[in-house]
Design a protein around this ligand. Sequence first.
Ligand code: FES
Length: 107
Amino acid sequence: MSYYERHIFFCLNKRDGEAACADHDAEAGFARCKSQAKAAGLMGAGKVRVNKAGCLDRCAGGPVAVVYPEGTWYTYVDAHDIDEIVESHLKHGQVVERLLLPPDVGR
Ligand code: FES
């Protein structure tokens, strides 16, 4: 069994002169996810972990986040999107279809 039931990684990468997730408020998305997951009592062993990540090599769809073990990739715009990922996916295991990153989006 996995130490965490679900693990979400947010790309917070910055890059000089090239588009990167940090240009799209990724830090705010990460912070919102962490605070909402904590407030919902989802954090900890056997539950959820919210982590920062460097470039996940899918920059063209940024900002991006990925949830494991499902390997579900998301793109998001605002706090409402993050709240939906927390409530639906991190809490109940339901994928948020409208925020899925298209499979062909790369760097
Ligand atoms: S900069 Fe975020 S995926 Fe590359």
